[in-house]
Design a protein around this ligand. Structure first.
Ligand code: NAD
Ligand code: ZN
Length: 388
């Protein structure tokens, strides 16, 4: 049925509903927009559901600099179904269930072929364009014919979007779509940081700064690797209960540490520091604290949080000499087309636990409620369902 109805829209613009950010910090506005057909190497997809990540919240408030752009369609954790394909598109057809991903994977460049990195040389250095191969050209227009900006090459807060094939992964239709949406950002980022970037071993000690969906996915990755002690750090005590379900064994609330720094408390708890620490908040001061929580000689820190004001971090040069390392990662070092199907498989085999991450499910039209829930720390992930 879906295929029959899709053939009537193929090659033509589609009018549909989208949530538009017109100005930084303002609520999104549901408007009717026009979505152009896909060009070469692009696919137009009908979004089935989408969720909200802290990165959407950060960008919704960003009011200056080259990354701030309006009007814009945010959203980058979603699952959709292929409505139509452009020229030169292999491997996708109408009706396929697909996961758009903000991180590119051309599969052909030196870095895509290397097991060492997910920094696709062909595409990753361009964060600013609307569409992957066509610069600022947009597929979205508002009712007065003005272009609307894309976001992270996904833009999922709309009933239809256009995504480049370098950002699209075909997934099994067996996984529930709302669970699969989480693989588009938070789960892959967190689990990947543990498996691919830190390469945590059995029996390790781990500290996780920030127990949102990204931090809890780090915990899940550490649990699957057999970490012995996993310390969760968060200001919100509600996160501690759910953290236990993801294998977090100990908790530190920085607000209750008195005179001591969080890193000192963690050093005391682990007789000299954790083997691995992960920053999943996005604050320079906590990146430093995460680094200072690790064990001299071998400790490794992975930064996942996006610094909300792009602030630099400051590390003691002697602390680096003491054999600690620190690095950052986008999408947890995962190569989308290769690694997302592995995560889907492990979910279907009941190895990867995604229960408890989705705390709310609401209608797409109520999207501003989802922003409020995340901003107030009252949700882990809120799924927005499109009308089917
Ligand atoms: P979230 O809002 O769900 O979770 C953040 C958590 O940090 C919350 O539990 C909050 O209580 C806690 N927190 C906030 N300030 C704190 C403080 N000062 N001390 C201790 N805890 C504090 O966010 P999320 O969606 O899990 O995203 C986490 C971060 O990861 C964001 O910065 C986001 O932009 C980033 N991110 C990065 C990537 C990547 O590829 N590197 C991918 C996704 C998200
Ligand atoms: Zn994200």
């Amino acid at each position: 049925m879906e295929k029959a109805s899709f053939s009537s829209t193929q090659g033509k613009p589609i009018r549909c509903k989208a949530a538009i950010l017109r100005k930084a910090g303002e609520p999104l506005v549901i408007e009717e927009i026009q979505v152009d057909p896909p060009r070469a190497y692009e696919v137009r997809i009908k979004i089935l559901c989408t969720s909200l990540c802290h990165t959407d919240l950060t960008f919704s408030k960003l009011d200056s600099g080259p990354l701030a752009r309006f009007p814009r369609i945010l959203g980058h954790e979603a699952v959709g179904v292929v409505e139509s394909i452009g020229e030169n598109v292999d491997g996708f057809k109408q009706g396929d269930v697909v996961l758009p991903v903000f991180h590119p994977h051309c599969e052909e460049c030196k870095d895509c072929k290397s097991p060492k990195s997910n920094w696709c040389k062909s595409f990753t250095n361009d964060f600013l364009s609307n569409t992957r191969r066509y610069g600022m050209s947009s597929r979205f227009k508002d009712s007065s014919g003005e272009d609307i900006h894309h976001f992270l090459f996904v833009s999922s807060f709309t009933e239809y979007t256009v995504v480049d094939i370098a950002h699209l992964v075909k997934i099994s239709s067996e996984i529930p779509v709302h669970k699969a949406a989480l693989l588009g950002c938070c789960v892959s980022t967190g689990v990947g940081a543990v498996w691919k970037v830190a390469d945590v071993e059995e029996g390790s000690t781990v500290a996780i700064f920030g127990l949102g969906a990204v931090g809890l996915a780090v915990a899940e990755g550490a649990r699957l690797r057999g970490a012995a002690k996993v310390i969760g750090v968060d200001l919100n005590p509600d996160k501690f209960e759910i953290g236990k379900q993801f294998g977090i064994t100990d908790f530190v609330n920085p607000a209750l540490c008195g005179e001591k720094k969080t890193s000192q408390v963690i050093n005391d708890m682990t007789e000299g520091g954790v083997d691995y620490s992960f920053e999943c908040i996005g604050l320079a001061s906590l990146m430093e604290e995460a680094f200072n929580s690790t064990r001299p000689g071998s400790g490794k820190t992975v930064v996942l949080g996006m610094e909300q004001k792009a602030m630099p971090i400051s590390l003691g040069s002697y602390d680096l000499l003491r054999g600690r390392t620190i690095c950052g990662t986008l999408f947890g070092g995962m190569k989308p087309k290769l690694d997302i199907p592995i995560l889907v498989d492990r979910y279907l085999k009941k190895e990867l636990n995604l229960d408890g991450l989705i705390t709310h499910e609401i209608k797409f039209e109520e999207i501003n409620k989802a922003f409020d829930l995340l901003a107030e720390g009252n949700t882990i992930r809120c799924i927005l369902w499109m009308d089917t």
